[in-house]
Design a protein around this ligand. Structure first.
Ligand code: NAD
Length: 489
């Protein structure tokens, strides 16, 4: 049941959200503002400045000019600044977590988790800055010395979404800064305050003017201005596959390097010999985290026919125990969906799954749902023609289907063009190995749900994108490799 809102959740943001350009916080040059809403109450809680062409141009010239000196700062200096920013982020994390919950809707504890993880990301990339090694390559003649240098690609344009407004942005920001790039970010207009607070930590830590810039406004206009401008050398986007493909086409026309972290539709295969209670609990916890708005959450659950009844019962129990409410209310474990368009999309997928013959295991009544609150739904035996079996359900709707043959389950896992995350549960090492080699996904978590730590590679295959935003390869996406051979005779 949804908890009534208490007085302490009637909060608003305490300041306008401004643009950060060339080291200055400022409103847009035309003083144009957009409202910011609390998704739980659907009321306006603040406003955000919008960038015009002159602001975009100013950010481009600041990122370009500051790159000339920032690229030559020592790796140790960049590391020290990043560690100072991490300390400020940690100090301010409770305030920022409250802003994040207010504008995005997630339970406060999950916002706190996002801030704690963000601090770890900053620290990880601070250490990566001092390890951007090149190579010495054995030459064919004694007097020849040859080697590679890693140099920053140049000013970066980064576009990030609203589901993890801090978590998605901090990876791009820190990888770029650690590599010696400057950056212009356009974070999500649905959740602008917490990214601005994140940038505030970096600004106050002393990053030079122009090195980090933050814009909001018309996404299509800003992205096409940035991507087509010759001063931008690298594009990084997290969001839907449709928008990602559009931006990748633009970037391709201008021969820009790109990292794309796009949609997924993660299969989870639960075998008959698995620890069913653990699998059901862990998958349900992962599935309903952040109201199901997670690109790596398990969204197509495939369970061996011998254990599907037990599994589904236990999975539904975890869902039933969730407490829906305003994210700032103390007991809430499931908040509203962050956007009205997302809630409408999810309800349409649910209606379609039922109309096509899926059997409801857990279904909220219309009285239980209101506004952007979409409660968990679980549907069994869903035909593959149903939209939810083909489109990413970016919210708490879960199809669970049975399989009898592991090869069929792997084929179903690979049926869609996505390949971001996948999960598997079994006690047999041979089965786990078949899942490991058979499932086409950038990330696979077997016998637990543990993805997205900063040291782990984070990225997809197929329509889920390319490039990694975690692990030791993440910084490489922001570095050029240059080869030098020198005859010293
Ligand atoms: P969307 O792709 O329209 O928007 C995602 C983000 O990209 C938003 O922050 C938006 O402002 C931005 N964006 C949109 N058009 C842009 C453009 N032309 N240039 C630059 N940025 C642009 O998605 P949405 O409506 O917010 O969500 C729809 C679906 O996208 C979801 O249902 C989900 O499948 C997917 N999604 C995935 C992630 C992820 O983490 N991979 C995050 C958010 C949404």
């Amino acid at each position: 049941m949804t908890q009534p809102f208490s007085a302490d959740v009637n909060a608003s943001l305490d300041a306008d959200v401004l643009l950060l350009i060339d080291g200055q916080w400022r409103p847009g040059s035309a003083q144009r503002w957009q409202p910011i809403e609390d998704p739980a109450r659907q009321t306006v809680i603040g406003r955000m400045a919008c960038a015009e062409d002159t602001d975009i141009e100013h950010a481009l010239s600041a990122a370009d000019q500051s790159f000339a000196s920032w690229r030559h700062t020592s790796a140790r200096e960049r590391r020290a600044l990043l560690l100072d920013a991490a300390a400020l982020l940690s100090e301010r994390s409770e305030t920022i977590a409250r802003q994040l919950t207010l504008e995005q809707g997630k339970p406060l504890q999950q916002a706190r988790n996002e801030l704690a993880a963000a601090c770890e990301v900053v620290e990880w990339f601070a250490e990566e800055a001092v390890r951007a090694y090149g190579q010495v390559i054995p030459a064919r003649q004694a007097q020849v010395m040859q080697y590679t240098l890693k140099t920053p690609v140049g000013p970066v344009a980064a576009f990030t979404p609203w589901n993890f407004p801090i978590g998605q942005l901090v990876r791009k920001l820190c990888a770029a800064l650690a590599a010696g790039c400057t950056l212009i970010a356009k974070a999500a207009e649905d959740t602008p305050a917490s990214p601005a607070a994140l940038f505030g930590c970096f600004h106050d830590a002393g990053f030079p003017a122009g090195v980090i810039n933050l814009l909001y406004g018309d996404p299509e206009h800003i992205s096409s201005r940035l991507i087509t401008d010759p001063r931008i050398r690298k594009i990084s986007f997290t969001g839907s596959t449709a928008v990602g493909k559009h931006l990748a086409q633009q970037a391709g026309r201008h021969m820009k390097r790109i990292t794309m972290e796009l949609g997924g539709h993660a299969p989870a295969i639960v075998c008959a010999d698995a620890d069913i209670a653990t699998a059901a609990r862990q998958l349900a916890q992962a599935r309903f985290y952040n109201a199901g708005q997670v690109c790596i959450t398990p969204t197509r659950i495939l369970v061996h026919a011998d254990v599907i009844d037990t599994f589904t019962h236990q999975f539904a129990e975890t869902a039933r125990a969730l407490k829906t409410g305003h994210g700032l209310a103390p007991d809430t474990t499931l908040g509203p969906m962050a956007t009205a368009r997302g809630a409408a999309h999810l309800r349409a997928l649910r209606d379609d799954a039922l109309a096509q013959g899926g059997k409801a295991v857990l279904l909220p009544t219309t009285e239980q749902e209101h506004g952007q609150f979409v409660l968990p739904s679980i549907v069994r035996d869903v035909p593959l023609t149903a939209r939810v079996m083909n489109e990413e359900p970016f919210g708490p709707l879960t199809p669970i289907n049975a399989f009898t043959c592991l090869d069929d389950a792997i084929a179903e896992a690979n049926r869609l063009p996505y390949g971001l995350a996948a999960y598997g549960y079994s006690r047999d090492i041979g089965t786990l190995h078949r899942l490991g080699t058979g499932i086409e996904s950038g990330m696979l978590s077997l016998n637990h749900c543990d993805l997205a730590d900063p040291e782990q590679p984070f990225g997809g295959l197929k329509d889920s994108g390319y490039g990694s935003e975690g692990g030791s390869s993440a910084i490489q996406c922001y570095l050029d490799e240059r080869f030098i051979t020198c005859n010293a005779e």
